[in-house]
Ligand binder design. Sequence first.
Ligand code: ARG
Length: 531
Amino acid sequence: MKFKEKLKKEIKKQIKQDVFLRDTPSPEFGDYALFLKNPDKKIKSILIERTEVKGNYLNIFINKKKFIEETLKEINLDYGKSNLGKNKTIVIDFSAPNIAKPFSVGHLRSTVIGNSLHKLYSELGYKVIGVNHLGDWGTQFGKLIVAYKRWGNEKKLEEDPIKYLLSLYVKFHAETEKDKLLEDEARNEFRKLEKGDKESVRLWKKFKDLSLEEFENIYSLMKIKFDSYNGEAFYKDMLDDVINKIKQKTKTESSDGALIVNLKQYDMPPLIIKKSNESTSYHTRDIAAALYRLKNYKPERIIYVVGSEQKLHFRQLFKTLELMGEDSKKFVHVDFGLFRFPEGKMSTRKGRVVFLEDVLDKAITTIEKIITKKNPNIGNRKEVAQMVGIGAIIFGDLSNNRVNNINFDWDRMLSFEGETGPYIQYTHARIYSILKKSKLSAKIDYNKFNDEEFQLIKKMSEFPEVIKDSAIKYKPNLLCNYLIQLSQLFNTYYTKYEIKLSKERLYLASKIKQILSTGLNLLGIESPNAM
Ligand code: ARG
């Protein structure tokens, strides 16, 4: 990276124009190509071995020894870090499960993608605020309170809170088929909750605390942390002010008793600020949250990591914020497709859900079986199985272009071969085991690296650029692809050469190991030393 920057600077000084170094299709065209009107310019630099003119291109063959030395020396714990985001803040809204409902696979995707973006932006020097915008407010709590008051049982609730609350929710929907008045009762209950009725608030808080405890199990298993848990309920006392502000700054209308922002001229249905029964909406709370974040964190951007099914919601939200005078470039919806399980389509209302904890458990136990076979004497088997099982799920998610739907394929995802998390972790552990048995030397002869190694080091030099790209395009899959390619290159190299016989090869391997573990960490995946 630094080498390329230096090279660019030197060339720029000599030809007195901006320099864009392109990658070449293959080594015979040099290492970089420079497009020029008069490509037969003479450029001299210790960084360049020779140049060749091909049409309008000047093909540059770099000084390999210099490149190898500079690149390898640059690779340490901080390799990939930059100060691009210095003094800038980014808010990432991610995970955001709904209280009293199971942590869904959609929430898993948001959690995994958001967590990786959190790490990637931090690596670029941004101050990152990860917010878990919990779904802890809204009419569904009216339904739950009704169901709990009618059919609930405290002991059962505490035994298995989310499954029990889900069963109450399912029962509520089944009963409304027979008793239409239940829906009105639920709306009333929610209104009571909004007004601060003591018993309603007590029940709501209980549901919330119990649900959060369960969510925490998942977060701690995946080692995921948030900087704020300000969910929807956090904004409830700001809503009157916010609604006044929306009224002042946009032309609101009333429509069938509801208060709306008309978005017809932007080809969108209206944004509902207040429903006809006076309750506030998901949208209003999102407007409140956006204004709160802008005011308190002064972010350059707020990124919402939420499934594609909410595209319209965010278009409406961002348009309304723009109408209120905010800069719409500050808001980004990072959307993603569905994760489809072989078990079939899910529906919370019907109680058909895949419980995420079961998915994680299955991944961990399957991996544990594989490890036990492959490496029966491994010491911390349980711990490693957890790192690899969870890593497999995370990588199986992140390695896809996020907007695509993914079919959840257990065998493919958990395999130690192919384009998987375990494959990269395995490559890392393999290098660890080679290094453990040998001694690293500080005296490296940079003339000793052959052409194959030079190509490998070129790949290694791309790492900082890949991190930047993955963050800026909100595409952790770019980093996933890169780590797969690097692992494949290393494994080919490994089968061809006895690494332990040369201090240069050992040194090279140790640098690859560094990149793999930094890269995996940026995806939210751990790198065990053996597996
Ligand atoms: N709780 C919501 C859901 O499960 C996601 C919230 C996303 N964040 C936001 N600011 N709207 O659908």
